[in-house]
Design a protein around this ligand. Structure first.
Ligand code: EPU
Length: 341
């Protein structure tokens, strides 16, 4: 029996902590429940919003429709090879809890992605990434329910067309699928190559005197780094990086670097250059700024925060001001990583 709630506050379901309401709300615990929902008039008669951990959405006002919370849990081993395993995880599982589970099993691949807020089902939507690893690197496949046909479809990595914080689910198939589970191919103990290209991970390990780190050591270092500069959403509302790091062409870059020689940058395989949005925002004077209960985090300018009494509109206004000022100072366009609802 599906249980719909009316006028439900979404405060606990968005990491900004905005106290907005949904006219109708339902928690979905199994794929079958979701398929049943597709036949209901509550689904047919309303617009919908599917939520995972609510860590990458900016809900600006009360949602006059049906909000569906993916609560599908369960972890299952699909394949066991000598050097690797394929493990399937319910879309509603908490991402970090799942990472910790894989670490306990000694399976390598997700350690750099420790402590990222959100759910497993939401992770492929924007190909979450941190410290040189993206979900696509350990991705095997996912199952998603087609909202039109109610059929379960399997997507390989190629089908998902992953890019930097991008996938087909943000574009071509936006609003067309419900991701019910995600499977990962992880390396068994002794068969994993750590990704340590980020100097900061090496610095932390050195500080701890660890010479040959395990996946658990890398995870602990990542957790330390994240805790030192990113606000904990349970304490200060936020959605991680609010903007993506902008990518520009070499011509534009050459002009910029002449004027700003210390501009942090990273050359991509296609010849384009990725800039650090946090640096641009900081240099435009926004780090630590606050207005109307919202602001720019003191330790990481890429993160917008809700100090408790701000609204989604306040965040949107602030984001617009930041975009305009970065555009004026550097001629660079910042695009949000967060999805606006
Ligand atoms: N920087 C500043 N000022 C700031 C923030 C950053 O000058 O306020 C400079 C740093 O000094 C550094 C550069 O910007 O030279 C890059 O900073 P950092 O390594 O902290 O990473 P980031 O570009 O700010 C990205 C991801 C994070 C991810 C980290 C580590 C995006 C949009 N953000 O941040 O992802 O954890 O790299 O890999 O790609 C997220 O997506 O929510 C997220 C937190």
């Amino acid at each position: 029996m599906l249980k719909f709630l009316k006028a439900q506050s979404l405060k606990a379901y968005n990491t900004f902590g905005f106290n907005i309401k949904a006219d109708l709300f339902i928690k979905i615990n199994t794929t079958e429940e979701f398929q049943e929902l597709l036949k209901c008039k509550e689904w047919r008669d309303n617009k919908h919003l599917i939520l995972g951990g609510g860590s990458n959405v900016l809900i600006v006002e009360d949602f006059h429709g049906l909000v569906i919370l993916n609560c599908i849990t369960g972890i299952e081993i699909l394949e066991e090879e000598d050097q690797s395993v394929v493990v399937k995880c319910g879309g509603g599982e908490n991402w970090h809890e799942f990472v910790l589970y894989t670490l306990k099993k000694n399976w390598g691949g997700l350690e750099n992605l420790s402590l990222i807020p959100g759910t497993v089902g939401a992770a492929p939507m924007q190909n979450i990434g941190a410290y040189g690893v993206e979900i696509k690197d350990a991705f095997h496949s996912l199952e998603a329910v087609n909202l039109q046909t109610a059929e379960i479809e399997v997507f390989t990595a190629a089908d998902c067309d992953f890019g930097y914080r991008e996938s087909v689910f943000k574009h071509k198939y936006r609003g067309q699928y419900f991701i019910s589970s995600v499977s990962f191919k992880l390396d068994r103990y002794g068969f994993h190559r750590l990704q340590m290209s980020y100097g900061i991970i090496q610095d932390v390990l050195k500080e701890k005197g660890i010479k040959s780190p395990s996946i658990q050591d890398v995870s602990e270092s990542v957790i330390e780094i994240r805790q030192s500069k990113l606000p904990d959403p349970a304490k200060i509302g936020n959605s991680g990086s609010f903007f993506k790091n902008p990518v520009i062409n070499s011509q534009q870059f050459n002009k910029l670097i002449e004027k700003f020689p210390e501009l942090p940058s990273y050359g991509l395989d296609n010849g384009q250059i990725k800039l650090a949005a946090g640096w641009l925002i900081e240099k435009a004077g926004w780090k630590g700024y606050s207005e109307n209960g919202v602001g720019v985090h003191q330790k990481q300018a890429l993160v917008l925060v809700n100090y408790g009494n701000g609204t989604g509109k306040d965040i949107m206004n602030l984001a617009k001001k930041i975009q305009d000022s970065v555009q004026n100072k550097f001629g660079v366009e910042l695009s949000p990583e967060v999805n606006f609802v």
